[in-house]
Design a protein around this ligand. Structure first.
Ligand code: GLN
Length: 498
């Protein structure tokens, strides 16, 4: 098979070829490494590669496949991980200079589970520093570039996780989503991505940003690929006290069952005046198509939506200010030398190690938690969070799924929003609520704007209803094959032009 056709396959098709021994994992892994070599100077998906480890894993997978022993749908399949997911012996930077030398002595639970399933880990993917951002421009390693228009952002914070899949550098990836960081880059880059229910996937070994909101999830070319990846990593983990004990359903099994009779609520608050008309049009069309496929479409209201951004940015920064206290230059990470005493060493290490946005957030969070302001800001935000949660609980009395846009715009130009943090934060108006409420939510491609930039449909579900969301997204995807099945021409053009 031709290499470019090989890289187009979804995980199911690749796995079938591997099982039939028409192809080896080593061949596929080499094809991915070559593709990365050819394209990464343009898209900047990877912070680091681990080719030796990948090839060793590929050969081990080939052994398993040949013996027909312990084979899973991911055995031999090359994937990659956002660089906030720790990997034993492999540099894990979280997109920050302060972790520029951090080689973890252990694996995250998700890393361990992927390796047990036989997946091949190619390397670590670029992201906003400590996952703080909506465009990957806050990475210490430069922005990832959108394969649909390389002058535009990939979205963030899991930008590299989306560009790597869209640019066909790997067959799937993991990202993390605290306020939209899987869904936003998935929608900007025309791939599928899911944030599971809070607690569905272990956070053990994930560099913490905002611990009450962080969740790991998959990105893939298709909804099915996401289902397969989620199945491999989800489930109880005694090392994460917020991990949910419920059994993990076989997500890929009932994917084709359609949406007949499913009630899909459309929240009026998610179509405000600021949404780009082309985005609104594509999303409304997608919802109508779900109606044609047999779903019942109805109006719902989430009246506290307008508080989501303020509430999210108070809680997330407050938690971040506490989580990031551990980067003190003592235990791990980079230490700035030459200080006269310990206080000066802390100060220099943190001043030089953290980027601007991270410092801004530590200051905002510290302020919101300080005596005298705690009640006015942090506590208020917690109350707003309760109201936002209650809105969803009420809406879910009437429907099983909520449908809306992922973001009010398509991918913006690199540099367009970096000088105005509030403008950047507003990219997350439609995504933060699901995190505040702990709900599963996904993004599935639903068309393009006039510039040829992808648009994402967001589906939000009840707690632990990942299966329903995946099934609905798959029903839509099946009807709209062209939206997901073609590779970004802009990247190919950039490659030809050298
Ligand atoms: N853009 C949001 C933020 O900057 C969300 C990031 C995320 O989900 N990690 O906080």
């Amino acid at each position: 098979m031709e290499k470019s056709a090989l890289l187009e396959l979804d995980i199911g098709a690749l796995s079938a070829l591997l099982r039939r021994r028409e192809l080896t994992s080593e061949e596929v892994t080499r094809a991915c490494l070559e593709r990365i070599e050819a394209t990464d100077a343009i898209v900047n998906s990877f912070v680091s590669l681990c080719p030796d480890r990948a090839l060793a894993a590929a050969r081990e997978a080939d052994g398993r496949l040949a013996a027909g022993n312990g084979v899973t749908p991911l055995t031999g399949v090359p994937i990659a991980l956002k660089d906030v997911i720790v990997t034993r012996g492999v540099l894990t930077t979280a997109g920050s200079k302060i972790l520029g030398n951090f080689i973890p002595p252990y694996d995250a639970t998700v890393t361990e589970r992927l390796e047990e399933s036989g997946a091949v880990i190619l390397g670590k993917l670029n992201c906003d520093e400590f996952a703080m951002g909506s465009s990957t421009e806050n990475s210490a390693f430069g922005p990832s570039r959108n394969p649909w228009d390389v002058e535009r952002v990939a979205g963030g914070s899991s930008g590299g996780s989306a560009t790597a899949v869209a640019a066909r550098q790997c067959f799937g990836s993991l990202g993390t989503d605290t306020g939209g960081s899987i869904r936003l880059p998935a929608s900007f880059c025309g791939v599928a991505g899911m944030k599971p229910t809070y607690g569905r996937v272990s956070r053990y070994g994930i560099v913490a940003y905002a611990s009450s909101l962080d969740q790991v999830g998959p990105l893939g070319k298709t909804v099915r690929d996401c289902a397969l990846l989620l199945e491999a990593v989800a489930g109880f983990d005694a090392r994460d006290s917020t991990s949910i004990a419920d059994p993990v359903p076989p997500y890929a099994e009932r994917l084709e069952e359609g949406v007949e009779g499913l009630r899909i609520g459309v929240p009026k608050e998610y179509f405000p005046p600021g949404i780009e008309p082309e985005v609104e049009g594509a999303v409304r069309n997608a919802i109508a198509e779900l109606g044609d496929l047999g779903a019942e479409i109805l109006d719902v209201s989430l009246p506290h939506t307008e508080y989501a951004i303020a509430c999210y940015y108070l809680i997330a920064t407050a938690e971040a200010s506490s989580n990031l206290a551990r980067y003190d230059g003592i235990r791990y990470g980079v230490r700035t030398g030459g200080a006269a005493d310990m206080a000066e060493m802390y100060c220099q290490t943190r001043s030089q190690g953290f980027g601007r946005e991270v410092k801004r957030r530590i200051m905002l969070g510290t302020y919101a938690l300080s005596a005298g302001y705690y009640d006015a800001y942090y506590l208020k935000a917690q109350k707003a969070r309760t109201l936002i949660r209650a809105d969803f609980a009420k809406a879910f009395e009437k429907c099983e799924v909520i449908a809306c846009a992922v973001s009010p715009t398509t991918a913006f130009r690199i540099g367009e929003k970096t000088s105005d943090p509030v403008k950047m934060y507003l990219s997350d108006v439609f995504t933060t609520s699901a995190n505040l409420a702990g709900l599963p939510a996904l993004s599935v491609p639903c068309g393009f704007d006039a510039r040829g930039l992808p648009i994402g449909l967001q589906l939000i579900g009840r707690p632990l209803a990942e299966e329903t969301l995946l099934r609905a997204a798959r029903a839509y995807e099946r009807g709209r094959h062209e939206a997901v099945a073609h590779r970004p021409a802009a990247l190919e053009k950039a490659l030809e032009e050298g």
